[in-house]
Design a protein around this ligand. Sequence first.
Ligand code: SAM
Length: 425
Amino acid sequence: MNLPAAFAERMQSRLSAEWAEFVKALGESPRTTIRLHPEKGKGLYADAPGIPWHDRGRLLRERPEFALEPAWHAGAYYVQEASSMSVRVFLPGRRPLRIIDLSAAPGGKSTLLLDEIGLTGGILIANDPDSRRRSALIENLARWAIPAYLITGRDPAWWAEKYPEAFDVVLLDAPCSGEGLWRKTPALAETWRPEEVHFCSRRQRRLLAAAKNLIAPGGRLIYSTCTFAPEENEYNLAAFFSEDPSWSPIRWENHPPEIVEITYAGRGWGYYFYPHRTIGEGFFISAWQKDSSFNPRRRSSSSLRPVKRPPLPLEGPFVFFQQGDSLMMLTEAAYKLLPPGLEKIEAFPVWRHHKPTHAAALLPDLITEELPSYELSEEEFYTYLRRQPLSVPTSEPYVRAVYADFPIGWLYKNRPSIPRSYLPT
Ligand code: SAM
């Protein structure tokens, strides 16, 4: 890989004796890692090595053809590079939490946050202003099927103006120059310019200002990027926190030694993941907590009117409401924490046009025995993925298609229900 001169100069002086190893690592292929779903992923890849900072992270020996794996279709794991899984370390222990992920698409860190929230632990707003990337977010969160989230597409400044101090955790996984992704996408190195680092840094400062405003007393800001540029990382954070006595830095106690801890602004802690030292790709993460006691203000007055449950064997603490032609669902815990004044929301879609949605088939809480279901053969599984008709001996309007013990969708009157967007391209 041809490294840009200005980048090489900066990194060489930072890494000194480790520079050659770093360059060598950039020439290797990235590792394939996944994070298991807390329910649907139980027991999967049990023999694969783990990730030191996430107990459901797994390092795969080779990269499977994910789009042909029933477990992938069932949302039993998320393909996520390992460094990103460290977000979990910086979350507070208490629950319930109101969390906003300001730059959420395609949803890797949002699915991780949903694991932590579960059915009773709070609400996640997964936000991303890029509508194209938001489509992947919508699909990935539906497949993950922990219905404690809303998806929005606002600029963080909109949120900060309308909902100041409304969140216990704000994750800003900021758009960045992407220096840490070069071995995954070598073309990024070709287009890298020092000016881009400065452009990204300015944009990040604008987003950081919004993120800081959104945090409730006692709440935390988690900031991450996939770049090594200090202008986009510690210099940015220092500008916001070095002279603000009402914030305290969060330290990752006993972090694995391969992760490099830095200090900045005299008191902040930041963590660099370098590809020659860790399993993951290049990454930076740092967190701050707003002082003063935890604010227990919890109940909001949502104007969304709940409607009847759909006719599915769905046990659990859920609330349903109509949006357009879909019935959406939220956990009761998330419903109680909905930011007030949001009229139209995009949440987990469970029912549409008198039928369950594709996402509903992937809910871990559906009781399989009560549902008409059909075990596909291997050949039928591939027919299903090709969206071709299958002849199933049933008079039901829909049956749940199961393959290798994983529910992977519905068959509506012998037609696979799987949307085209869920399929390999
Ligand atoms: N958090 C994601 C995950 O774990 O899958 C990855 C996020 S990616 C590093 C950065 C995201 O920032 C992109 O999805 C991009 O659309 C979004 N973005 C771009 N401009 C933005 C803005 N002004 N405000 C918030 N997010 C923005």
